[in-house]
Structure formats: structure tokens, C-alpha cells
Design a binder for this molecule. Structure first.
Ligand code: NAG
Ligand code: NAG
Ligand code: NAG
Ligand code: NAG
Ligand code: NAG
Ligand code: NAG
Length: 411
């Protein structure tokens, strides 16, 4: 409301004084002409020269809005605050084959949010992120996103470290390569850093430990290698940490247990080793824990599973774990729905107590060295159906009630 009132106030002032700013002389919109032309040119670079902004959208912040563009008033003039390129809606701005970043884009120095979705896709025209001019957006840009751009190649420009206001940096599902610049760790206001699904290599920078405001760190599905730095324990606000499907080695640093608010820890499909030595039970806000497909090793019974009250999803398959499946799992984990312990080297009996976990709806223990006889009730096998599996335990006996359940399912 307030901005609308200011808008009409400015219009009347301008007509009184006969000033000429953009289209303002017609009483249409007080938008600085250079801002308007920068917007038209920036968009043209992405969608093609056929797109004639001044023809199609003479008043882009007023009565002819452009899908994907938002504006706000500053000192009585419209400026562009959001620019979203890519097919999010039917009438969104769609990229042409030969996309180019025009320097005019960097003249839009009130931009808070800039995003590119499914824009850089042409096999014949791979594009790299410009390495210049980002400093012009440093005092405004809070969110920068490149998502699902398979032909966006090259490295993350180190100049991104000048974007001090950034709260969200999402570079997801692109073709980016090279090492992650350590200077990204200087972006002290970052709350979300998502670099998943690219081809990044090298180590996770030590400097990331300085991102104390970070809530989400997702570096999954890259080729990151080396150790996980112990500075990871500095990310005290973190809620979600996903490093799955990389090439990381060494032991998981104990400092990770400092992440008291973490709800998701996903380290699946790496080459972590060194045993289950982290005091997982201290991370009692964990809801999802996935460490599968790592040669971590160690005794499953050494963790105080009793204390992990909030755990809903636990995947510890394919980890070279030894020891027995502890009954304490059944005692504490009242929220647990999914438990995968398959393809380890677990031995001993499987306690029928596990069926007393009130929420459990999937239990996988195939590919171990369990012995004795399965002693769950008919009701349990019925409830889980195919979401119970205990195959490939050569010394495990399957009692009649289980076989009947399987025959019933197959027959
Ligand atoms: C857009 O169209 C106007 C006339 O409608 C023309 O004067 C102008 O040169 C065109 N601009 C571009 C960038 O093609
Ligand atoms: C973290 O920030 C401090 C200053 O706030 C700086 O001295 C230190 O070098 C930074 N650490 C890393 C690993 O970048
Ligand atoms: C952890 O979460 C609690 C409760 O949501 C919150 O009060 C606290 O500030 C958080 N800690 C950090 C370091 O963000
Ligand atoms: C495991 O990670 C590698 C790369 O690190 C990837 O190529 C592979 O597809 C991943 N496997 C699964 C099952 O996600
Ligand atoms: C499984 O564990 C036993 C000891 O419990 C050990 O003797 C055996 O070598 C292990 N097997 C494999 C395949 O790791
Ligand atoms: C399985 O356990 C039995 C003893 O219960 C042991 O003799 C055998 O070596 C174990 N097999 C493997 C593959 O670890």
C-alpha cells in the first residue's frame, strides 16, 4: 500500500516539474531509463534478439509486468529486484540456443535475487559464468541460483566471494568443474549452500568452517576427494549436511558431533573408513542418518542407539559393520521407520524386540552372518511385507510363519 501511495505521489511531483525519467513524462511509470534499458538488454541476451522489450513490455514494473521479473520502489523509482530466467511457468522467459550474458545485467544494481533454470542446455553452445562485474551486485544480491543447466561449464568464479550479502548460493545440476574456491567460506551470511550434481573435484575447503550461519550444506553427487576437514564442526547452525556420492576418504571427524541441531547427515557412497568412532548419540536432533556404502567398519553395538530418540531413517548398509544387532535399538528409537543393516558382517541372533519399535515399516538385514531363527510375529511380517528382507544369511533359519507370509505374497 505504502509503495503504491509513494508511486502516485512521485507521479504527481514529476508531472508538476515536467521531469523526464524514462516513460514518466507520460505518467506511466517512474523507472530510470538506464535501468529499463539494462533490463531489456539483459533479457534479450538470454532469450534472443526477437524479444523487443520496449515493444512488448513498455512498463515492466507497472502495467505490463514480465513473468519472472519483480521490482520495488527506491526513492520513488522502480528498480528490478528479482530476475528469473527459465521455464518455470507457461509464459516464463525461455533461453535461446546461443545464450549470452550481457554486461547490462550487472547494471541492475538493486537485484536481490537472480536465478537461471534450465537455460544453458545447448550442446553446441557451452557457457561459463562471467568472471567479471559481480562486484556491482555486491551490495544487493542475496540469492543466486543456477539450476539444471547441463551446458553451464567451467569453474565457480572466485569473484563470487565479493557477494557479501549472499544468503543463498545454489549451483545445482550443472556441468561445473574444478575446485570449490576457499573464498566461498568468506560469505559469512550464507544460510544455504547447494553445489550438488556437478563435477567438482578436490577437497572441501577448510574455510567452510567459518560459515556459522549456514543451515543447509549440500555438496552431494560430485567428485570431491580427500578428508572431511574437522572445521566442519564450526557450522553450529547446520540443519542438513549432505556429502553423499563423492570420493571422500579418511575417518569422519569427531567434531561433527558439535552439530547439535543437525537433522540430516548423509555421507552415503564415499570411501570413509576408520570405524564408527563419532559419538553419534550426542547428535540427538538427528532424524535421518545415512552412512551406507562406505568401508567404515566397526562394531554396531558400540553406539548408544538408545539415545537417538528422533531418528526416523537409518541406513547403515554396506559398511563392513561387525557385532550383533543391539536390542538398545528397539529401546530408544521410537520414531524409527526405516532401518537398513544389509550387506555387513553382523552376527548373532536378531532380537524379536525390534518389532516393538512402534513406527518401523522397513527392516533390511540381508547379506550378513546372522544365526538362530527369526522370531517375529505373523503380524510383523504381514505389516512389513516386502519391506522386510533377511536373505543371504547362510546360517539363519526362516520359520514357518515367515515362509507362509512369503508364499502368500508370491502365490
Ligand atoms: C523495438 O521496436 C521498436 C519499434 O517498435 C524499435 O524502434 C526498436 O529499435 C526495437 N528495439 C530492438 C532492440 O529491436
Ligand atoms: C575464519 O575467520 C577468521 C576471522 O573471522 C579468520 O581469521 C580465519 O582465517 C578464517 N578461517 C578460515 C579457515 O578461513
Ligand atoms: C539450535 O536450535 C535451537 C532450537 O531450535 C535454537 O534455539 C538454537 O539457537 C540453535 N542453535 C544454533 C547454534 O543455531
Ligand atoms: C556413487 O558415487 C559415484 C561417484 O562418486 C557415482 O558415480 C555413483 O553413481 C554413485 N552410486 C550411487 C548408487 O549413487
Ligand atoms: C566377519 O567377522 C568375523 C568376526 O566376527 C571375521 O572373522 C570375518 O573375517 C569377517 N568376515 C568378513 C567377510 O569380513
Ligand atoms: C559366520 O559366523 C560363523 C560363526 O557363527 C563363522 O564360523 C563364520 O566364519 C562366519 N562367516 C563369515 C563369512 O564371516
Amino acid at each position: 500500500m505504502k509503495s503504491l501511495r509513494t508511486f502516485f505521489f512521485v507521479i504527481s511531483i514529476l508531472s508538476l516539474h515536467g521531469l523526464c525519467y524514462g516513460e514518466a513524462e507520460n505518467g506511466i511509470a517512474p523507472m530510470v531509463k538506464t535501468e529499463q534499458e539494462a533490463l531489456y538488454s539483459a533479457i534479450q541476451g538470454f532469450v534472443g534478439n526477437w524479444w523487443n522489450g520496449s515493444d512488448l513490455y513498455p512498463d515492466p514494473c507497472g502495467w505490463t509486468p514480465i513473468q519472472g521479473v519483480s521490482c520495488d520502489l527506491f526513492d520513488g523509482f522502480w528498480y528490478v529486484t528479482d530476475l528469473n530466467i527459465g521455464p518455470l511457468h507457461d509464459n516464463s522467459l525461455r533461453c535461446r540456443q546461443k545464450v549470452e550474458f550481457r554486461p547490462e545485467m550487472f547494471e541492475l544494481n538493486h537485484l536481490k535475487s537472480l536465478s537461471f533454470f534450465n537455460c544453458f542446455t545447448s550442446l553446441h553452445h557451452p557457457v561459463t559464468i562471467p568472471t567479471y562485474s559481480w562486484e556491482k551486485l555486491a551490495s544487493s544480491l542475496q540469492s543466486l541460483e543456477f539450476r539444471s543447466n547441463p551446458r553451464l561449464n567451467g569453474k565457480i568464479p572466485t569473484i563470487f566471494s565479493l557477494l557479501k550479502k549472499l544468503q543463498s548460493l545454489v549451483l545445482m545440476e550443472n556441468g561445473l568443474t574444478g575446485q570449490i574456491p576457499p573464498s566461498i567460506g568468506n560469505l559469512a551470511n550464507l544460510k544455504r549452500l547447494v553445489l550438488s550434481g556437478n563435477r567438482f573435484t578436490g577437497q572441501i575447503p577448510y574455510s567452510f568452517g567459518n560459515l556459522t550461519e549456514l543451515l543447509i550444506l549440500d555438496l552431494s553427487r560430485n567428485s570431491l576427494s580427500g578428508y572431511l576437514p574437522s572445521t566442519i564442526g564450526g557450522l553450529i547452525s547446520l540443519l542438513k549436511l549432505d556429502l553423499s556420492s563423492n570420493l571422500m576418504v579418511g575417518s569422519i571427524p569427531r567434531e561433527i558431533a558439535n552439530l547439535k541441531n543437525l537433522t540430516l547427515l548423509d555421507l552415503r557412497n564415499n570411501s570413509f573408513s576408520g570405524g564408527l568412532k563419532i559419538p553419534l548419540e550426542k547428535m540427538d536432533s538427528l532424524e535421518e542418518l545415512a552412512l551406507s556404502s562406505n568401508p567404515i567398519g566397526g562394531d554396531l553395538g558400540k553406539i548408544e542407539w538408545r539415545d537417538m530418540h528422533k531418528l526416523v531413517f537409518l541406513d547403515l548398509s554396506n559398511m563392513d559393520l561387525t557385532g550383533e544387532v543391539p536390542e538398545s535399538m528397539a529401546e530408544g528409537m521410537k520414531q524409527l521407520r526405516y532401518l537398513d543393516l544389509s550387506n555387513n558382517n553382523l552376527s548373532g541372533n536378531l532380537s524379536p524386540k525390534l518389532e516393538t519399535m512402534p513406527c518401523v515399516s522397513a527392516l533390511f538385514v540381508s547379506g550378513n552372518n546372522l544365526t538362530g531363527e527369526l522370531k517375529f510375529s505373523d503380524k510383523f511380517y504381514e505389516k512389513l511385507g516386502r519391506r522386510f528382507a533377511a536373505w543371504k544369511n547362510p546360517n539363519l533359519c526362516f520359520p514357518m510363519n515367515y515362509r507362509k507370509q512369503v508364499e502368500f505374497r508370491l502365490g
